[in-house]
Design a binder for this molecule. Structure first.
Ligand code: ATP
Length: 449
């Protein structure tokens, strides 16, 4: 099941503290959102899961974390200064501006101006002098600094092809029409891999990465049925791309891109390299007169230099968050005729891993025992464990169903006598009595599955 509308998700996010409108008390800043106490946990868990699958579980990928401020020279040679634009139209009737492919039905075609190119990059002043020359861009993607660090990483690690560099972090785009909650925003996070391969092996690796990424999304709880692959037709391809496959997800507002997986050929390394004329580049690149690095690899047998091709799986954290939330959202009819909302999040993504609930709020002994259990489980470092001291068990269960906590652990008077506790499972709502010594193992097993 999934949410019947975006409004349901927006309401849940606000009510429970996942996501708030940025600067809300001053009327809000359009296209920006803040992650609240539960949102930051889910978002971090999602990023951790990506990093684990990319960097820790493989031996051919390294991670980096580079600066957001980016020199204009980088974005000149990458092509962003000239081509990172969207077509902008004005509606003479309602006075609003739109991206040309996103004009709402209420605007008539004859009221629209001819499309103009609008660059999506944010510029900011650098240093104390505002003379217009000393500026930097807020990076519009994390990818470019992976390319500019290619030689640094190759020189400081033992890798040969194929190998990859992964990065996650903020990206900024001055979207003309941010919309659909956190789907299209001006400040967001990306999880990007640049996987460098020998030319000729690129098509095989493109297919391999498409399969791996689909499997990963499934492991995050995004069902196959909600996904479609879009093989971007040649006339729609970005200038650097030989082939692109978009992973499209059925968001509450429609089928749209969750992640793009592109075969970027030798365009990026070729664009940022010196001595381009000696590199037999296949991509069409601008002549680079600034770079001081040869971004190429020497064939150990022939001694020839060549530029690796690159496969890029590029996913948005916010879009992933939204898809996962939507997939997990369930409203269930209970036997007594009532309803419950339950987020069936995979345990590794759940913001709270377990809630420990003393049966009575003001009973010192119960609270102390609950605190001990909380501390014991927290020390396992599997994520946040919460002491839920509200004193209302029914309400606590409902809350933790709604925020996706996999288990609630209740400490009652019997617990004080024999150390046992009641564990309630989020999905089945079944309760079982566990001995004191089994609590940690139960918790570990539940989270590692
Ligand atoms: P779109 O066509 O939807 O504008 P895009 O093709 O420009 O997206 P890419 O440049 O391929 O997007 O960026 C890679 C990923 O970054 C996207 O798949 C998406 O998940 C995420 N992303 C891009 N722009 C935004 C945005 N404005 N807000 C949130 N996520 C974004």
């Amino acid at each position: 099941m999934s949410a019947e509308s975006m409004d349901k998700l927006v309401a849940l996010c606000k009510r429970r503290g996942f996501i708030f409108q940025s600067n809300e008390i001053y009327g809000g800043l359009q296209g920006s959102y803040d992650f609240g106490p539960l949102g930051v946990e889910l978002k971090n868990n999602l990023k951790k899961s990506w990093w684990k699958s990319m960097v820790y579980e493989r031996d051919d990928i390294e991670g980096i974390d580079s600066s957001i401020l980016t020199s204009p020279i980088v974005l000149k040679y990458s092509g962003h200064e000239d081509t990172f634009t969207d077509p902008l139209v004005d509606c003479k009737s309602c006075g609003e501006r739109f991206r040309a492919d996103q004009v709402p039905d209420y605007c008539k075609k004859e009221d629209l101006t001819e499309p103009r190119h609008f660059n999506l990059m944010f510029k900011t002043n650098v240093g104390p002098i505002e003379d217009g020359d000393s500026f930097a861009y807020l990076r519009p993607e994390t990818a470019q600094s992976i390319f500019t660090n290619f030689k640094n990483v190759i020189d400081s690690t033992p890798h040969s092809l194929p190998f990859g560099i992964a990065q996650m972090g903020k990206a900024f785009r001055n979207e003309i029409t941010p919309r659909n909650f956190i789907f299209r925003v001006r400040e967001f996070e990306q999880m990007e891999l640049e996987f460098f391969v020998k030319p000729g092996e690129d098509e095989k690796w493109h297919k391999e990465w498409t399969d791996l990424r689909l499997k990963w999304w499934e492991n995050q709880g995004v069902s196959k049925e909600s996904i479609e692959l879009y093989h971007v037709p040649s006339e729609e391809l970005a200038h650097y791309s030989k082939a692109t496959v978009d992973i499209m997800y059925k968001f509450p507002h429609g089928l749209e891109e969750l992640e793009g997986i592109a075969n970027r050929t030798d365009f990026d390394l070729g664009s940022h390299s010196r001595e381009q004329s000696e590199l037999n580049l296949t991509a069409k690149v601008d002549v680079n007169t600034h770079s001081n690095a040869k971004l190429a690899i020497q064939d150990t047998k022939t001694g020839d230099w060549f530029v690796p091709y690159v496969i890029e799986p590029s996913a948005g954290v916010e879009r992933g968050f939204l898809a996962i939330l939507n997939e997990a959202y369930n409203v269930e009819k209970l036997k007594d005729g009532k309803e419950r909302t339950v987020l069936r999040l995979k345990p590794h993504l759940a913001p709270i891993k377990a809630a420990v609930i003393p049966l009575k709020r003001n009973n010192k002994d119960l609270v102390e025992r609950a605190k001990d259990i909380k501390n014991e489980l927290q020390s396992l470092a599997l994520g946040r464990v919460l002491l839920e001291n509200s004193g209302n068990i029914g309400k606590s269960y409902r809350k933790h169903d709604e925020i996706g906590t996999p288990m609630c652990i209740t400490v009652d008077f019997q617990s004080l006598e024999d150390g046992t506790v009641t564990i309630r499972d989020r999905d089945t709502m079944k309760q079982e009595r566990l001995e004191k010594k089994s609590i940690s193992d139960y918790f570990k097993n539940a989270l590692n599955n």
